[in-house]
Design a protein around this ligand. Structure first.
Ligand SMILES: C[S@@+](CC[C@H](N)C(=O)[O-])C[C@H]1O[C@@H](n2cnc3c(N)ncnc32)[C@H](O)[C@@H]1O
Length: 292
């Protein structure tokens, strides 16, 4: 039986471990699976992280399960946070190994690697960055966009950014310095002086994770619910949902936490299913949908 904690017109939040819930959702195919699994750590955090080989084995089994749930031209977008080795100023390779293992066991194509850069990230690890001053701030994580096919559904016109002032001036004047660049790249007049509605974004997503008093936090505080310690800024799922899905497509987050993914999918009129193993985080996530 599936334990649905709450529902909206577009989606539902399911309580349970995704390994156990996913086989019960075999009737669904998802256009996008967007997720940030618990990251590998050398000591357990408050949401039950595994370590080392145990983590690699677990995450690769999840890849096999998720592969089956993708629509024909669907995508999986997975973020794995960074980790440091215990007691020394060295970076763990486990998050990178986990991404590779996930891709290998799921036999996925890597469509593109993205970086999520949080310019407001607090200095960490404190011991090496703040106290000994021998490392700098660790402020980005890797996001891999994977698929069963090399050509999943995608449209970068859905995530265009505003043109810079300089570009707007240029479009107005039409005076573009066409020709060869030092890189040997030949810039044509027509392609660059044309207004395409915005500039094509890069694969670095910049989103300061600084929100300290939004609707979600207020709701958690008012009801004395736990505030999730590893919430994703909404800009990240929003980017991928817009680029890789259309309205009424289906989005899954098997490690939903505070349900940032379901919330943004809902706002963007996509159907969604989220799964979370900790009841305490599901409670707070209701506040995103004004559900008591
Ligand atoms: C990195 S957090 C996700 C945060 C989320 N993206 C957000 O914005 O709030 C990972 C979540 O996975 C949950 N989790 C851990 N193991 C799980 C499992 N086996 N099945 C489902 N959820 C699990 C944890 O409780 C945690 O909330």
């Amino acid at each position: 039986m599936i334990d649905v904690s709450y529902e909206t017109d577009y989606g539902k939040m399911i309580y349970g471990k995704c390994e156990e819930v996913l086989p019960k959702l075999s009737q669904y195919k998802f256009d996008l699976i967007f997720t940030s699994p618990p990251f590998p750590l050398n000591r357990a955090k408050s949401y039950g992280n595994m370590t080392g080989d145990q983590y690699l084995k677990w995450i690769s089994n999840i890849a096999i399960q998720l592969k089956e749930m993708l629509a024909e031209r669907g995508s999986i977008v997975i973020e794995i946070g960074n980790a440091w080795n215990k007691g020394e100023p060295t970076h763990s390779t486990l998050p990178m190994e986990a991404l590779l293992e996930f891709k290998r066991r799921g036999e996925f194509y890597l469509c593109q690697e993205f970086i999520y850069y949080n310019p407001a990230k607090l200095p960490s690890p404190i011991e090496w960055v703040n106290k000994k001053r021998i490392r700098v701030k660790d402020s980005f994580t890797r996001i891999w966009w994977l698929s069963n096919v090399p050509l999943p559904k995608a449209d970068n016109r859905n995530v265009l950014e505003e043109y810079s002032c300089q570009m707007n001036k240029l479009l107005k004047s039409g005076k573009y310095n066409a020709g060869k660049r030092p890189s040997e790249y030949n810039v044509g007049k027509t392609s660059f002086a044309k207004n395409n509605g915005g500039s094509i974004p890069s694969n670095v997503i910049i989103a300061p994770n600084t929100v300290s008093s939004d609707k979600y936090i207020k709701f958690c505080k008012e009801n004395s619910y736990d505030i999730h310690p590893a919430r994703m800024p909404k800009e990240v799922p929003s980017f991928f949902i817009k680029m890789l899905t259309d309205e009424n497509d289906f989005v899954l987050d098997p490690f939903a936490g505070s349900n940032t993914t379901g919330w943004i999918a809902d706002e963007l009129k996509r159907k969604w299913i989220s799964i979370e193993a900790e009841q305490k985080y599901i409670l707070g996530s209701k506040g995103r949908f004004n559900i008591k």
